[in-house]
Design a protein around this ligand. Structure first.
Ligand code: DLL
Length: 432
């Protein structure tokens, strides 16, 4: 099923023409009317006339999150205040938050992107969708809300928290689809089990639209095995608008609407383009945005690009699951570690639950990594010897896959903190 078949299945050459025309218009406007971009292009010694084909985008300068912080709150906006109809603010990890403004057209494109995504997942007018992303400054709740309304679904704006009530409403309203973070869905499944509710048998929930944080194929399998719900990956960042692009029914990569965004994958060190299929840092140019355009924005997410036409018939390029960020990589005793690798390793161990916390400390010059791991109820035992053996097994698996020594602490089921929104699983206490 397609929401906008003309665009979604447009021949690739035509799509590239469309992208080129949008880019040219964008660059001309920004050079003429925006101080920030004008100065950046002058610094880079590039003029709009130098952009004569899509590949010339590489002549343009990169943009960084720091540019948004330096121009906080509204200096990056390219329209008068009267044209701004919405703001969202992203939870910056340090420094100033990132403020994003939207014109009416920006909001329309955002819901159009989501309508395409939801339709490609098979969610439509016959569905009742529970939106359990945070509403408010975060883009997840309102973004999915308007996208789901656009396809005609009945929307339950549940937000986060009050999980028992969410489960009751899910049953009362015959909810068929949910949008939330993968970690929150795992929590919902746990709480439902405690309430004696089997999601598979006692609800109509069939599809989940999960994103906003890194997750793995093992997590997908865990969710699907535990609940019978089919889980789809959805991606976006507040700088782009919010959640926008998702997998289709094929689940073979996240479709990026080519009329909306132009994606490059680069080597984060050299800034040079990667070969198709190779992992690198994603750089995005938003081709339609009005209030706060983004040219060659370094998102820092690590992924790869596939420009083959998908089995679903869509011609849009696809990115692979985000495996980490070029800036959240942990370096422990000189070894690069991605939290997603740790999660992947843990989920291979049958006795381990899906809740964990990573603590990094420094003693003298040495980094220490402590991993608190919740054990599944059926594997938890008060026989100390069994638990010592299990702990040693987990430590040796981590050593095998990550090549670092990790001190594991076993936790009883339910002991570690749960998260309504984005899980914060890494606490880095080192002073650099
Ligand atoms: O997280 C927007 C969103 C809301 C996406 C709901 C999907 C669903 P930010 O708060 O700006 O926006 O955070 C963006 O979150 O750069 C990634 O590092 C991470 N992220 C988002 N979606 C995924 C995903 C929203 N599907 C940052 N897989 C991004 C992995 C994701 N990481």
């Amino acid at each position: 099923m397609f929401w906008n078949p003309r665009i979604e299945c447009m021949p690739k050459e035509d799509l590239q023409q469309l992208q080129y025309r949008s880019l040219k218009k964008l660059v001309n406007n920004l050079y003429s009317f925006n101080h920030f971009y004008h100065n950046k292009m002058i610094e880079q010694k590039v003029h709009p006339d130098d952009i004569t084909c899509l590949g010339d985008i590489r002549k343009l300068p990169f943009m960084y999150k720091q540019d948004l912080r330096d121009n906080y709150p509204t200096k990056m906006f390219t329209v008068p205040n009267n044209d701004i109809v919405r703001y969202h603010v992203s939870s910056g990890t340090s420094g100033k938050p990132t403020l994003v403004g939207y014109t009416r057209n920006d909001l329309d494109y955002w819901s159009e992107a989501l309508a395409r995504s939801l339709t490609s997942i098979g969610i439509g007018a016959e569905d009742t969708m529970q939106v359990s992303y945070g509403y408010g400054l975060f883009t997840g709740g309102l973004g999915l809300h308007y996208g789901a309304e656009k396809v005609g679904a009945s929307v339950l704006p549940a937000g986060t928290g009050n999980t028992e009530r969410q489960i009751e409403l899910m049953q009362d309203l015959n909810v068929t689809a949910i949008a939330c973070t993968p970690s929150y869905l795992v929590h919902i499944i746990d709480v439902a089990a405690q309430m004696g509710v089997d999601i598979r048998k006692d609800t109509h929930l069939r599809k989940a639209v999960l994103g906003a944080e890194p997750w793995t194929e093992s997590m997908r399998k865990h969710i699907e095995d535990a609940s019978g719900v089919k889980a789809y990956d959805i991606y976006g960042t507040s700088e782009q608008a919010g959640p926008m692009f998702s997998e289709c029914e094929e689940r073979d990569g996240i479709h990026i609407g080519a009329d909306i965004a132009y994606v490059e994958i680069i080597d984060p060190e050299s800034g040079e383009p990667c070969n198709e299929g190779d992992k690198g840092e994603m750089v995005v140019t938003m081709l339609k945005k009005e209030a706060m355009p983004m040219i060659r924005y370094r998102i820092k997410d690590i992924t790869s690009l596939n420009t083959e036409t998908c089995a679903c018939g869509r011609t849009s390029p696809r990115i692979s699951r985000i495996t980490g960020r070029s800036d959240d990589m942990l370096i422990i005793r000189g070894i690069n570690v991605f939290p997603s690798q740790i999660e992947y390793t843990l989920l291979q161990i049958p006795q381990v639950g899906h809740q964990y916390m990573i603590y990094i400390t420094r003693e003298g010059a040495l980094d220490n990594m402590i991993l608190q791991v919740e054990i599944k109820p059926e594997a938890f035992s008060d026989k100390v010897d069994d638990m010592i053996r299990l702990r040693a097994h987990i430590e040796s698996e981590l050593k095998k896959y990550l090549n670092i020594a990790v001190a594991v602490e076993l936790k009883a089921p339910g002991e570690l903190p749960r998260f309504d929104g984005k899980a914060k699983r890494v606490i880095d206490k080192r002073v650099f």
